[in-house]
Ligand binder design. Structure first.
Ligand SMILES: Cc1ncc(COP(=O)(O)O)c(C=O)c1O
Length: 400
């Protein structure tokens, strides 16, 4: 079965109907959207929405992947070990891509399952988590929920992971979360710096496990960057996580994976929920892996739109950190919340707060060129209309 891209996207987008809003009330809708953190928050009904809040690929997957998903609908009645292709075929396809054994891969329901299980497996009340601040909060949140110690090391003045204090904090830690590129600051460390970091941590604290999250790998253009996958395969206690949610455009399919030495991954394999990946997700991912040119094209598209958006914001007096992802972290000199709410009124949804920089910086995901042309016009009107709150610049000055 084949489906047109436009038709599929039309079917997939389901804003609340006016009758639902009338029956339940706008307040209820907004409250629910706010509670769930979903898109639609604060956007008035009838206003076209541009969702640049969650670092998704605005185009979704390519046509071959959509066809693979739709083509597997008849197999929805099967378990993923009993479908064709099954779970093992996806593991084999990923293993073939990296020329490793299936035992070097653990699949996850999105990479978040692997992050969560990494914290469960490798931290405890006496061996905590070392992470950055701000960074992707998943590991931090789970360690705190479990009551395990967390050392949050503030990013440096270029908004990059601050490696020296992270190394210093690693002694006796159970797990280090190393996000490269780092969400939300979008910065990377090059291959040499990552290898040096790993070797120094292993000297200071050989039993500490290092999780290198490369969710945004496919968007990086900095030539000094390289994936840490080869490093993870040759070094004990290191693993890399990847996801199909970003450049592959499959956030709704929930497929991620961890890659590393078999003995390092064993606790993740043990904690993995049975049948954690769906039949549709398996078919979609295998199809996507077979089309690397699509990812090259997506990287090129994102690079162009990213450059346009960085410049447009720069022309508005707002500086972004050196972005290597499909999002920017931009100094707007005022609280992200005010900016977010003002933009939402005009239909543009930007990212959530990222403490400790939420008083000055906002995360803006990269949409299509058309979306970013419209969004930057909205940014212009909001930034012009606002008078700079007195606290904004002071906080920024204190930070630098
Ligand atoms: C750095 C990072 N890692 C992991 C994830 C989770 O991705 P998923 O669970 O969709 O694979 C995200 C999502 O935004 C992210 O930004």
């Amino acid at each position: 079965m084949s489906v047109s891209r436009r038709g599929f996207l039309h079917l997939a987008a389901s804003p609340p109907s006016l009758s639902v809003l009338a029956a339940r009330g706008l307040e209820a809708h907004l409250a629910e959207a706010q509670r769930s953190g979903g898109a639609g928050t604060l956007v008035p009904p009838g206003v076209d929405e541009i969702r640049i809040s969650s670092n998704e690929n605005p185009l979704g997957p390519g046509k071959a992947v959509l066809d693979a998903i739709v083509g597997k609908f008849p197999e929805a009645g099967r378990y993923p070990f009993n479908s064709t292709p099954g779970e093992a075929a996806l593991t084999a396809a990923i293993a073939a891509k990296y020329k490793v054994k299936p035992e070097n891969i653990v699949l996850g329901a999105g990479s978040q399952e692997l992050l969560k299980n990494g914290v469960r497996a490798f931290t405890n009340p006496s061996h905590g988590l070392v992470t950055a601040s701000p960074t992707f909060e998943n590991c931090t949140g789970i360690a705190k929920k479990l009551g395990h110690p967390v050392a949050e090391v503030r990013v440096d003045s270029a908004l990059r992971l601050d490696l020296e204090p992270m190394i210093a904090a690693s002694k006796g830690a159970g797990l280090i979360f190393f996000n490269n590129p780092n969400n939300p600051t979008a910065t990377v460390h090059g291959a040499t710096a990552v290898a040096d970091f790993v070797s120094r941590v292993r000297k200071v604290s050989p039993d500490t496990v290092i999780l290198i999250d490369e969710a945004y790998h496919d968007y990086v253009t900095d030539p000094s960057y390289q994936s840490a996958i080869p490093l993870a395969l040759e070094t004990p206690n290191v693993f890399v996580t990847r996801t199909f949610s970003k450049a592959y455009g499959m956030a709704g399919m929930r497929i991620g994976y961890a890659i590393g030495r078999t003995e390092t991954l064993k606790p993740l394999a043990t904690l993995k929920m049975p049948y954690n990946v769906s039949v549709l997700g398996i078919a979609a991912s295998i199809s996507a892996l077979g089309d690397p040119k699509h990812i090259d094209a997506e990287r090129a598209r994102n690079t162009d739109v990213r450059a346009f958006t960085v410049k447009a914001l720069h022309d508005l007096g707002c500086t972004s950190s050196e972005s290597q992802g499909n999002f920017l972290f931009t100094d707007i000199g005022r609280p992200a919340k005010e900016f977010r709410e003002a933009c939402a009124k005009q239909g543009v949804m930007v990212g959530r707060d990222f403490p400790p920089l939420e008083k000055t910086h906002v995360r803006i995901s990269i949409g299509t060129m058309e979306e970013m042309r419209k969004a930057t016009e909205v940014f212009r009107s909001v930034l012009k209309a606002d008078t700079l709150p007195a606290g904004g610049r002071q906080e920024e000055a204190a930070w630098r």
